[in-house]
Design a protein around this ligand. Structure first.
Ligand code: DC
Length: 208
């Protein structure tokens, strides 16, 4: 069974996907970490983010053991990941790993931007998780504040809006709700409520 969870930055999709995977005993893949890890490697070697050759070379030599690196969650790496994510050759280079992961038994929960539309269009369950930009900025702001980050709420909101525009506006596999995906708006929900709602959607889909 493959469960595809897509949605914008700070929508809570990662926490939700991980919890669902634990609950159902499935593998979990955060595909954002692939794009983040490539961006990290490109920058660490002193290449430019618009150097397609370097970006693709880093993707082809990506070490999956390096995906747990805490540094990948840094805001600068997320921004860099979003910038390189529009390169079609990069997306093609990462597709095989994602599809092979999806094929692992007994199944997988995979989160990202294009899982329901491109990576796993035949997923048994597709959920597009979202929340208003203001609520996502509020969550991100509190998270960053706890880490001692000095960014203001307004700056955080602007970054969220810019990221949404870039991820949804690119030509190659833009962030989009698949036609057959259920929408889960978590604006008014905490993680427990979002989890209960998602489990409800999954049960309904599987019983259909
Ligand atoms: O989910 P995240 O914030 O860790 O993702 C970082 C960036 O990676 C995101 O802004 C766009 C890119 N990404 C993508 O293009 N496709 C995916 N399936 C996952 C992430």
């Amino acid at each position: 069974m493959i469960i595809a969870i897509d949605g914008p930055a700070a929508s809570g999709k990662g926490t939700l996907a991980r919890k669902i995977a634990e609950h159902l005993g499935l593998h979990y893949l955060d595909t954002g970490s692939l794009y983040r890890a490539v961006a990290r490697d490109v920058l660490a070697r002193g290449y430019r983010l618009d150097d397609t050759w370097a970006v693709v070379a880093m993707a082809r030599s990506l070490d999956s053991a390096s995906l747990d690196d805490g540094g990948l969650r840094e805001p600068g790496i997320g921004e860099a990941a979003s910038r390189i994510a529009g390169i079609p050759q990069l997306r093609a280079a990462l597709l095989k790993y994602q599809r092979e992961f999806a094929a692992r038994l007994p199944g997988a929960v995979i989160d990202g931007r294009d899982i329901g539309t491109v990576v796993c269009p035949n997923a048994s369950v597709k959920i597009f998780v979202t929340a208003t930009p203001e609520e996502r900025a509020r969550r991100r702001f509190l998270e960053r504040q706890a880490c001692g980050d000095a960014a203001t709420f307004e700056e955080t909101l602007q970054l969220i809006r810019d990221r949404d525009a870039r991820d949804a506006g690119r030509e190659s596999a833009p962030m989009r709700r698949a036609d057959d995906a259920d929408l889960l708006d978590t604006t008014e929900m905490d993680i427990e409520a979002a989890f209960d709602a998602a489990v409800g959607l999954i049960k309904r889909k599987i019983s259909q």
